[in-house]
Every structure is written in structure tokens, then in C-alpha cells.
Ligand binder design. Structure first.
Ligand code: COA
Length: 332
């Protein structure tokens, strides 16, 4: 029997609180015009007090499980991708597992930042293809608003990131026509410090201190132009690699789901690859950059709007801190 890994359900959850560029301009030296022109973002969602990453993740997961016509007890592996973990340890997967009453199935976090969903897809597919697990729940969740620097010092990153969660159920299937057809992953640790949060750091003593906090060492630091330059070269590269692997052309793909880091990056990439923008849906204007949750939230929106039909080909690509990047092609 040919074993295939197929996405059978999607779900997402974003906080209800909308924070517009105008709201940020009241607390930061920024403007709607500056943010929108450079990133395509108009607003993002921020969690309210008392809401944890695992709350968003569990809600997205329940929707995905329901869409797959399953019950939580049917899942046999939980994978969680996040760069905004609920605690240093255990991983956020432990908290989502508890909220979903997933018993004693394995639950683990994968850390690949904005490429996390694609790393998760590859990991789920490998476990399914080896027949070790048959029904994998992949949850990508980010609560970034609590870790951003909302002073002028952090304005280059604080305006870009948002909170949200997306989830998929991936099942073993003997349907050879449909499923995750290819996933390619890459990373380049040489550029780790170009987009990172340095502290708390187990490489440093003290690993964090009041002085480090006061100096902003616990907030993200980014060399925006450097990240932009690498993203617009690595994304087309991995798209071509994935298309070539399956002997496909870009015109064969029905929908392109790119990581929602910056609309300008995606427009640039679409231009280089000659992709019609109408086939590159975007929600960055509403949610900002939700890191690993961006692609699964976008996927869930497309699916629930009835825009993806059976047999269509979906191309996905992401780039992020690490650097990490990846591409995937899925037959729906
Ligand atoms: N509002 C207003 N001004 C801001 C600002 C903000 N939120 N953030 C930074 N600035 C200022 C800077 O201080 C700088 O001022 P200076 O020239 O006086 O020093 C100036 O704006 C820089 O502007 P510009 O050169 O136009 O910035 P940019 O073209 O590099 O755009 C980014 C900045 C962050 C939008 C862009 O580099 C980017 O999108 N990079 C990729 C980021 C990304 O995708 N990260 C996530 C990857 S997963």
C-alpha cells in the first residue's frame, strides 16, 4: 500500500482585539503610512490579559479536529511550532495537550521560527510515511505582543508582529492522488543574530538581569534590510527547488501561500517567479506577521471561504529567523 500524508482538517484562532496602525501611532513614533507602505500591514491582533498561547492553539486545534471529522482522542501525535513559547520549559505542546485532553500521546515543540509550519509539515509527513503515527495534529501558535518593545527603540519590530494560531490535522491515507507531495527545508545559522531575541540566554551569565531587561535585551532585534534581501532570494530558490522536484511549473499551482512577513517581500517574490498576485492570497493587512502561524491561518481562511477545491495544487513557502526557510507543494 502506498502511504500518503494528507491534510484532512484546518482551523485557526486569532484574538478579538484589533490593534490598528493608528493605535500604535498613539504610543510610538510611527504612522499608518510608514507601516503600510513598507509592509502592507494595517492592523494586527493582540491577546487580552489572561489569554495564553495554549488557549489560541487549543481553539485552532479543536476546529481542525472537527473539520477532519475526528475527536481529540483520535490524534496520536501532537506537534507545536512556536517562537513565543508559553514558558521556557516545558514546551507549549504540553499545555495544549492538557487543554485538549490528549492523554499520553507524544507532544513536542519544534523551533524553526517563521518557517515552523513547514518544518512541522515535513516532520508530520515523515512520521506518517514511516507508519509510526497515523493522525498528527500540527498547531502553529504565536503570542508575540507580550514580547515586543512598544517604545521608540523597538518600533521597527513592534509594528510588524501579531498574535494568532493555525492548526491542521494530517492523516495517513492511501489516496495517492492527494496529499503533501514535497517539502524542502533549509537553514543557515550563520545569520542567527540578524533576527533574534538574545535574552534570557543560557550562553550568558547572568542569563538575564534587571539591567539586561532595562536595556531591551529581552526584545527582538532585527537587521530589517538584511532579512529582506535574504528572504527575496531564498524564497524563489526554494519554490523552484520544490517545483523542479515534482517536474511542475509555477503555472501548475493554483494557490501560493507565502509566509505573511511583509507584503512587499511577497510581491517581489511573485514578480521574480511571474506568479499572478490573484493566486497569492494575503491577510497580512489584518493580522501582521504571525510567524509560524501565518501560513496555517491563511490556509484555513482559504478553505473555509470555499476557495480551495479538491485536486488543486497549493504551493507554500516561508522564510524566517535562524535563518530558516522552506517550501512545500500539497495536492488538496
Ligand atoms: N515607524 C516610523 N519609522 C520607523 C519605524 C516605524 N515603525 N521603524 C523604523 N523606522 C525608521 C528607522 O529608524 C529609520 O530611520 P533613520 O533613517 O532616521 O535611521 C528608517 O525608519 C528606516 O526606514 P527604511 O530605510 O525605509 O526602512 P526599510 O526600508 O528597511 O523598512 C522594514 C524597514 C522593517 C519594513 C524592512 O526592512 C523589512 O520589512 N524587512 C524584513 C522584515 C521581515 O520580514 N522580518 C520578518 C521575517 S520573518
Amino acid at each position: 500500500m502506498v502511504i500518503n500524508a494528507r491534510i484532512t482538517g484546518t482551523g485557526s484562532c486569532v484574538p478579538s482585539r484589533v490593534v490598528s496602525n493608528h493605535d500604535l501611532a498613539k504610543i510610538l513614533n510611527t504612522s499608518d503610512e510608514w507601516i503600510y507602505q513598507r509592509s502592507g500591514i494595517r492592523e494586527r491582533r493582540h491577546v487580552d490579559a489572561g489569554v495564553a498561547p495554549s488557549d489560541l492553539g487549543a481553539e485552532a486545534a479543536l476546529k481542525a479536529i472537527d473539520a477532519a471529522n475526528l475527536k481529540p482522542g483520535d490524534i496520536d501525535l501532537l506537534l507545536v511550532t512556536t517562537l513565543s513559547s508559553e514558558h521556557t520549559f516545558p514546551g507549549t505542546a504540553a499545555f495544549i495537550q492538557r487543554k485538549l485532553n490528549l492523554g499520553t500521546i507524544p507532544a513536542l515543540d519544534l523551533r524553526a521560527q517563521c518557517s515552523g509550519f513547514l518544518y512541522g509539515l515535513a516532520t508530520a509527513r515523515a512520521f506518517i510515511n514511516s507508519s509510526q503515527y497515523r493522525r498528527v495534529l500540527l498547531v502553529s501558535v504565536e503570542v508575540q505582543s507580550r514580547g515586543l518593545d512598544f517604545s521608540d527603540r523597538g518600533r521597527d519590530t513592534a509594528v510588524l508582529f501579531g498574535d494568532g494560531a493555525g492548526a491542521v490535522v494530517i492523516e495517513q491515507s492511501s489516496d495517492v492522488e492527494r496529499g503533501i507531495m514535497a517539502v524542502n527545508l533549509h537553514s543557515e545559522g550563520e545569520h542567527a543574530e540578524k533576527l533574534w531575541v538574545e535574552y534570557p540566554s543560557m550562553a550568558q551569565s547572568p542569563h538575564v538581569s534587571p539591567e539586561i531587561v532595562a536595556e531591551g535585551g529581552v526584545f527582538p532585534k532585527m537587521d530589517g534590510k538584511f532579512v529582506f534581501k535574504h528572504a527575496v532570494s531564498r524564497l524563489p530558490e526554494v519554490v523552484e527547488e520544490t517545483l523542479n522536484q515534482l517536474h511542475l511549473k509555477s503555472r501548475d499551482i493554483d494557490w501560493w501561500l507565502f509566509h505573511q512577513a511583509n507584503l512587499r517581500i511577497n510581491e517581489h517574490v511573485a514578480g521574480l517567479l511571474n506568479l499572478p498576485l490573484a493566486q497569492c492570497p494575503s491577510n497580512i493587512d489584518r493580522y501582521g506577521n504571525c510567524s509560524s502561524a501565518s501560513i496555517p491561518i491563511l490556509l484555513d481562511e482559504l478553505v473555509r471561504e470555499g476557495r480551495v477545491s479538491s485536486g488543486q495544487l497549493l504551493g507554500m513557502a516561508a522564510f524566517g529567523s535562524g535563518f530558516t526557510w522552506g517550501g512545500a507543494i500539497v495536492r488538496w
